[in-house]
Design a protein around this ligand. Sequence first.
Ligand SMILES: Nc1ncnc2c1ncn2[C@@H]1O[C@H](COP(=O)(O)OP(=O)(O)O)[C@@H](O)[C@H]1O
Ligand SMILES: [Mg+2]
Length: 397
Amino acid sequence: MASPTSGGEREKLVSKLPASLRQALKVRSAQLNTDVQNAVTAGIRAWRDHQEPLPHVDTAGAESFGTWLPEGLYDDFKTDCAARGVSYIQGLAQAVALWIEQNPASDQPAPTRRLIVCNQKGGVGKTAVTAGLAQALAEDPQQSTSTQAVAQAAARLGLRVLMVDYDPQGHLSHQLGLKAVPAGEESLITHMLNREQARTSLIDLTVGIEDERFGDRLRILPAAFDAFLLDSGLTMFRGPRHAALERALAPLEEHFDVIVVDSPPSLGLAMDAAIYYGRLRDGEKPGSSGLIIPVEAEDTSAQAYGMLINQVGSLATDYEIEVEQLGLVVNKFDSRRGYIATSSLDKWKSLGAPPVLAVIGDLKEQREAVRLQRALLAYSPESDQAHHMREIARRLA
Ligand SMILES: Nc1ncnc2c1ncn2[C@@H]1O[C@H](COP(=O)(O)OP(=O)(O)O)[C@@H](O)[C@H]1O
Ligand SMILES: [Mg+2]
């Protein structure tokens, strides 16, 4: 039987392949923009050329698998399998595994991760966590202390990170020494609500945070005074309002590995757009994007969390999306507050999912950095607060 496709006669290979290998083959072929039949052909040729013995592949439970090979290759392959004393199924599994190994997808840029730091309760540490986490993700891994676990995770840090100050109060911008964009001037809000009026590309509205430990990797999109009008603006918006933030930020994504959004203390339409932006996209690896929720160890924080989760639940139902809660950060924890604090902490931990990413005390360096308008990891790189931020970054990396 001959295949009509892709130049030259082909004949059908019918064999078996473990489901995991078949899936990996499919995904990698798609990433590299090639056909499965070309990938298997290349794998079999590489296998035939390979002089050293290849590792045994577990083929238990392999399922039937068919593809097309150039005429004659299957026969040659079977002859080689017999000569090497392996079954055809084992030979094929080795060939596919070899192709996957020899054709890494590393030249494919990983999609930009979106981390939405949110809680409609004010003062819980959204802004502090946004800033610290973004700095830790962007920090030159060499600059952080190096145990083995740190060193491993460090390979995945030193990222290009954008902080989005999505709170009209502009605390994040202010504590990094910037002013909010005045009313009426072009900002993120223009790009969300009135794209036709935008004159500047959004990347040119971002500002770099300068410090050698961040290189040129850390930037912020400052707050806009107009963001106070965002909820009412979205009510009138003629378009997919839930996707307004996504559409505005989409052109920025190619410039960053991670975008961290500092949310306002509210649960309106603006927040819906942020939660939607943090959803798990099609094909995205679970755990890559989602919500990070700073909380305190007291009862009103638990109530606020319940409301947030309801909101996320209805949004997920309405738009048929999945929004992952990546973790909680229990902030300003002070065990001297006694039973309320310790039992609340236990409750947060007992949730299990989302996990508690860190428990952070009430620490002076955080407040000092804010007062001095310095990035925390530059102001006090060895403080407990800075190490907690690195711990959160590593757990998310
Ligand atoms: N772990 C902490 N220790 C001490 N002060 C903190 C800590 N986390 C936040 N703060 C301070 O508490 C205040 C509120 O925190 P912030 O991050 O602005 O909360 P939110 O953004 O949720 O309103 C700020 O002055 C901040 O510097
Ligand atoms: Mg804030």
